[in-house]
Ligand binder design. Structure first.
Ligand SMILES: Cc1ncc(COP(=O)(O)O)c(C=O)c1O
Length: 793
């Protein structure tokens, strides 16, 4: 780097940052990007950034660039973000928001002839790596994220990519002209020595390494994390074309300082990186010098800048002592010690190795052959989602990855509710499977602990768990309990209810009857209409509509009576999924429960779909209604995909069953299931997923509601938390169901890389219920795809 470029770099650092007011930022956001939001200033050294909280719940960052910034560099950042979003949409990076006419930035003329480039990027929630305690899994994740980011940039180039940058390691020797600013003579000698060494010994080796555009600043201030994992990376301001291995210098230099055993911290990061992109031996050997040179750059730049800003000494020089100590320590160790530790870390396999996956180019012939084999051995009637079926090979968080390596945003599967293949759950499963797996007839602590954890979340006398293996089995067992306890044998369910597959539960599931195939309700079953205020027989414009739906229970009970039955149980899926997804109106459930109980029946809350925080405001769907069920059935997300389920009820009800019979499930409640169940509860709590479901769900519903203004096909948006139904109609007065259109939208969204489903008696409701790790960025990707699919419909 030349002296002129240093002064240019200084110009950007020194040029006054833009100074727009908060109100001006709000006006710019509205006029330029159509974002109605309140603005709050964010820290920035050379630009001006505002966090925008939009009325619809979405959050953005308005970035007003320093007028001295090279517009080509801003363009490179924007193009890189767009590139990554396309090649690896599963990476959490800010999304670029275009202006309504499609421009990627907006320009403002300042009063003194300056021009300001303004961009809007999505705001990524999460805490900064700087603020959390480092543990080995997190260090590995930082390495893995650095590698994934670099992987996603492999095919990217931009004419500005070889720009001059103070933080470019390959340009470090040029800093020798600035070291005279270092007052401490001893420190200055060391720095000069290291720069000479870098120039003579390191740079020639570095120039031989593979190079590409890299992020170059995966720092503690730019990395977002939750307790367990890295969740995102921000700030693409230091992008540069440089040797790939340089990308590791920043996270290693910074995390070594946070860790009591710095070499172990470096080894974890390198191991995580190596698991994604294998590091070559030459690269491993270079890491020591790259890290110490990074520290040198920090020291030189700070000493240089502080000369012009003595009033800011504390801020500018804050990190210098630590960087100095780190250099001294590293010189003491020598390169060989660190190289050996890194080499060892790369040679040690991670505890649960995911098999190497080589994406094929989409092979239609292979897919056809698999479909045919499936048809033959699983039966031709077994449904297959989407016109273009998805051949999945791997899952991660909210992503399903297909055989071509494409990441599809999974907004359909509520079973892996803490995210596909969550490492905590996988670890718990593997560890317990490697230790012991038996049944509940032995003493095993985990089943007791798990039952205690589950029942602690339930109100009233719901204090006994019975473990089974599927939601259907749980509902089957609930039926046996209800019959034994009440002495009755009639059932009340919603029209179009679905509660599972066993013979008994099938009778409780009119959605499966195939009434069109001539089947009628079983003699002991009565139905009530779903309390559908949109298209049902009583609607929201009638202030009494909830009461009228409650009154239907009188008819159902009377109808059972005529046939010689009294109700043993009323079953309710709390999100009425098969009815087209809806939340019962206030007051409905307490009154309905009262009627059922007055007729001698029990109330069964089927939480198979709605449980474990999905509805956002509560862990269990029934809690929103102020009722306490007699029996609660749990399944699907309980094991994040492992076959497990549970019935939770009162000791008295269990005693009634045990008086007449026995209960034992061979694999229900086994130690592996309980280890997984406990891990799922841990993750839900630690990652605040219920709160996230409330927050992201509200934002997503509001975004889709906004789409409804442009797309008359959207009749109603409803649901709770991250269980959302979008009913499509051809006409807002007749409510003619738009089933064909719904199928087209779902298939088009699949093509666009977003998976949602279809629900409801008329197959016209879009079903959206992603893993709960879904965040605002994912919500925006979903609404973009939905918008496009609706526009093309
Ligand atoms: C509300 C409800 N209850 C029970 C079940 C049955 O669960 P499983 O398929 O695990 O037997 C389902 C399945 O979709 C369901 O939606």
């Amino acid at each position: 780097m030349s002296i002129t470029s240093q002064s240019r770099a200084k110009t950007v650092l020194e040029a006054r940052a833009p100074a727009f007011s908060t109100q001006e930022a709000e006006v710019i956001a509205r006029r330029a990007f159509d974002i109605q939001a309140s603005a709050q200033p964010l820290d920035s050294e050379r630009d001006q950034n505002f966090r925008l909280r939009a009325e619809d719940g979405s959050e953005w960052v308005l970035k007003i660039a320093n007028p001295a910034e090279n517009p080509m560099l801003l363009d490179m950042q924007t193009q890189a973000l767009l590139h990554i979003a396309q090649v690896d949409p599963s990476l959490r990076i800010p999304r670029v928001k275009a202006t309504p006419d499609g421009a990627l930035f907006h320009e403002i003329d300042g009063s003194n002839g300056q021009r300001f480039i303004v961009r809007a990027l999505s705001f990524l929630p999460g805490q900064l790596l700087r603020n959390v305690t480092l543990h080995p899994a997190l260090g590995r994740d930082v390495g893995a994220m650095t590698a994934r980011l670099a992987r996603s940039l492999r095919g990217f180039f931009h004419p500005a990519a070889r720009h001059e940058l103070l933080w470019d390691l390959t340009q470090a020797p040029a800093l020798r002209t600035l070291t005279h600013h270092i007052e401490d003579q001893g420190r200055r000698c060391v720095v000069d020595e290291l720069l000479d060494h870098f120039d003579a010994e390191v740079l020639p080796q570095l120039r031989k390494q593979r190079a590409q555009v890299i992020h170059n600043d995966v720092s503690c201030l730019n990395t977002l994390v939750d307790d367990q994992r890295v969740t995102g990376v921000i700030d693409f301001g230091d992008l540069i074309h440089a040797p790939l291995v340089c990308d590791l210098a920043v996270p290693i230099a910074e995390l070594m300082r946070k860790h009591p055993d710095p070499i172990a911290a470096a080894a974890e990061i390198v191991a995580g990186y190596h698991a994604v992109t294998a590091l070559e031996d030459d690269e491993l050997r270079l890491i020591f010098d790259l890290v110490s040179t990074r520290c040198v750059i920090e020291i030189v730049v700070a000493n240089w800048r502080v000369c012009d800003h003595p009033e800011n000494t504390d801020y500018i020089m804050g990190g210098v002592p630590e960087a100095g100590v780190q250099i001294d320590q590293m010189r003491e160790w020598g390169a060989e010690k660190m190289y050996k530790a890194l080499r060892h870390a790369c040679a040690t396999p991670v505890s649960i190795a995911v098999p190497e996956f080589n994406p094929s180019s989409s092979n239609k012939e292979d897919l056809q052959s698999l479909i045919e084999r499936r048809r033959q051995r699983l039966g031709p009637e077994l449904e297959l989602s989407y016109d273009d079926p998805v051949h999945v090979v791997r899952g991660e968080g909210v992503w399903l990855i297909d055989d071509t390596g494409r990441s599809l945003l999974d907004a359909y599967n509520n079973v892996p509710s803490v995210g596909h293949c969550h490492p905590t759950v996988v670890q718990a499963l593997a560890q317990q499977a490697a230790t012991l797996n038996t049944n509940t007839r032995y003493i095993h602590k985990s089943v007791i602990e798990y039952a205690e954890r589950l029942t602690a979340t339930m109100p009233g006398d719901l204090s006994v768990c019975m473990f089974v293996c599927s939601g259907s089995e749980a509902n089957d067992l609930a039926w046996r309990l209800a019959k034994a306890h009440t002495g009755n044998s009639g059932g009340i369910v919603m029209e179009d209810a679905y509660h599972g597959t066993t013979d008994v539960v099938y009778e409780l599931s009119p959605a499966e009857y195939g009434i069109d195939k001539g089947r009628t309700l079983a003699k002991h079953i009565s139905t009530v209409p779903a309390p559908d205020g949109y298209r049902g027989q009583f609607r929201r414009d009638d202030p009494q509509y909830a009461e009228r739906y409650v009154a239907c229970f009188d008819d159902a009970i009377a109808s059972l009576d005529v046939r010689g039955f009294a109700p043993a149980a009323f079953y309710l899926d709390l999100v009425l999924c098969s009815n087209g997804i809806m939340i019962p109106p206030p007051g409905y459930l307490p009154a309905a429960f009262e009627k059922v109980r007055a007729a001698g029946g029990l109330c069964v809350a089927d939480e198979v779909q709605s449980g474990f925080g999905r509805t956002g405001d509560h862990l269990w769907g029934f809690e929103a209604h102020g009722v306490v069920p007699d029996i609660v059935t749990l399944g699907k997300p309980i094991g994040n995909g492992l076959s497990m389920a549970a019935v939770v009820t009162t000791p008295t009800i269990v005693a009634s069953l045990m008086k007449e019979t026995n209960f034992f499930s061979t694999t229900g409640g086994n130690p592996v299931s309980c280890a997984v169940g406990l891990a799922v509860l841990d993750v839900l709590e630690q990652e605040g997923l219920q709160e996230r479901a409330a927050r992201v769900g509200a934002m997503l519903r509001s975004q889709i509601q906004k789409l409804a203004e442009q797309h008359p096909l959207i009749g109603e948006v409803r649901g709770a938390g991250l269980f959302i139904g979008v009913e499509l109609v051809r006409d807002h007065s007749s409510l003619e169901p738009a089933a064909k259109e719904a199928a087209a939208v779902v298939n088009r969204m699949r093509e666009l890389g977003v998976l949602v489903g279809i629900e409801g008696p008329f197959s016209n409701v879009l079903k959206i219920r992603p893993p709960l790790v879904f965040d605002e960025n994912h919500a925006l990707q979903l609404t973009d795809a939905l918008d496009q699919a609706l526009r093309e419909n």
